[in-house]
Design a protein around this ligand. Structure first.
Ligand code: OSB
Ligand code: MG
Length: 387
């Protein structure tokens, strides 16, 4: 029998610098490199024995542009607020992480990274894959790609053609007011009527843009993702009445309870589930379950994760309610080299769901060291040391 609870013996916070193969522009800004926080935990089984390691990836970006979190703040809150609570709670399992941290407001991405690391270690200790733990029903999942905003339509079409050639089964285009209609029209023309196609506005529109956004209806899009600011739930509900294309929420959904409300209000016809945005994979599963019960289709979003986060996302997206292709593209879509040994690849438009114990990756430790920019160690007494 394996132990069911563990003590956190040691934590390492590692920052890595990962250049992007091509700049990624959204309506909130352009990124050329990522500064990523990784969390490594060492857990001791409560009955004694060998410690076991687990890794999590924090999806916070460098700036608070997608949500209020940013990588430096995430590292601070982990060290000074989250970890002290977690270690004070005594022996835990992954399901205890979120409830233990619930009294601390916000910081879902920082909390999710901690939960991931504990979950990875726990699953490794139990010899179980994340897909099995979740009750995943598929061995392969369809792969969609998120295409950034481009300065010219020619550049955009060249990029989209490249992704079509790579085999992606669904194109998502980032949009903002100005070039939106023309670029959607040009991409639809390029990919033809049968390729699944959707857009993501990252809050770039206003309530008064209903008439404008209705012009997208003729391009047969799967959905319009997050057209309005994240707190404008009523605005999204009104837009859902005005526009035939389904309205999908991303930034607005930060919990299962809030998602249930958005659905009831008619603001969320489709849900983008991102584990980091909702405080972890276990809350993500609750949102999946609730959407499935309500008949709301869901898909798995992405945050330009490395092979750690993408492996876990692939397992999550293998749950039965994920009926639309997710933003789970090949590692090479963003990175020339990944920090894992078996980076995600796309074959015939699909990604294989990992089956190895843990969240589903093995690190390339030599390469990881070459991209590491800082390491901080925290022992079980809370002593912080630069490594
Ligand atoms: O809105 O979905 C988004 C990346 C960073 C921040 C926000 C978003 C994105 C993406 C997904 O579009 C990109 C990916 O990870 O494949
Ligand atoms: Mg989005």
């Amino acid at each position: 029998m394996s132990a069911t609870v563990w003590t956190i013996e040691h934590v390492e916070l590692r920052r890595i610098a990962m250049p992007l193969v091509t700049p990624f522009r959204t309506s909130f800004g352009s990124q050329t490199e990522r500064d990523i926080l990784l969390v490594r935990v060492e857990l001791m089984p409560s009955g004694g024995g060998e410690t076991i390691e687990g890794w999590g990836e924090c999806v916070a970006l460098a700036e608070p542009s997608y949500s209020p979190e940013y990588v430096e703040g995430a590292q601070h809150v982990v060290i000074h607020h989250l970890l002290p609570r977690l270690t004070a709670a005594g022996p835990i399992e992954a399901a205890d992480v979120a409830p233990t941290l619930a009294k601390l407001h916000g910081h879902p991405m920082a909390k999710a990274a901690l939960e991931m690391a504990v979950l990875d270690a726990q699953l490794r200790a139990q010899g179980q894959s994340f897909a099995t733990f979740l009750g995943a029903t598929r061995t392969h999942i369809p792969s969609g790609v998120s295409v950034g905003i481009h300065d010219t339509t020619d550049e955009l079409l060249a990029a989209v053609q490249g992704y079509v050639d790579d085999g992606y089964v669904r194109i998502k285009l980032k949009i903002e007011p100005g070039s939106d209609i023309d670029q959607v029209a040009a991409v639809r023309e390029l990919i033809g009527p049968d390729t699944p196609f959707q857009v993501d506005a990252n809050t770039a529109y206003r309530r008064t843009d209903g008439t404008h956004l209705r012009r997208l209806d003729e391009y047969d899009l799967l959905l319009i993702e997050q057209p309005l600011p994240e707190d404008d739930i009523i605005g999204h509900a009104r837009l859902a009445d005005e526009v035939a294309t389904p309205i999908c929420l991303d930034e607005s959904l930060t919990s299962a309870a809030g998602t249930a409300d958005a659905i009831e209000l008619g603001a969320c016809e489709i849900a983008n589930i991102k584990p980091g945005r909702v405080g972890g994979y276990l809350e993500a599963v609750r949102i999946h379950d609730l959407c499935r019960a309500k008949g709301v289709p869901v898909w798995c979003g992405g945050m330009l994760e490395t092979g750690i986060g993408r492996a876990a996302n692939a397992a999550l997206a293998a749950l039965p309610g994920f009926t639309l292709p997710g933003d789970i593209s090949a590692s090479t879509r963003f990175y020339a080299q990944d920090i894992v040994i078996d980076p995600i690849t796309v074959v015939d438009g699909h990604v294989r769901v990992p089956t190895i114990p843990g969240l589903g990756f093995e690190l390339d430790r030599a390469f990881l060291d070459t991209v590491t920019t800082s390491r901080i160690g925290i022992d079980r007494h809370g002593t912080v040391a630069s490594l």
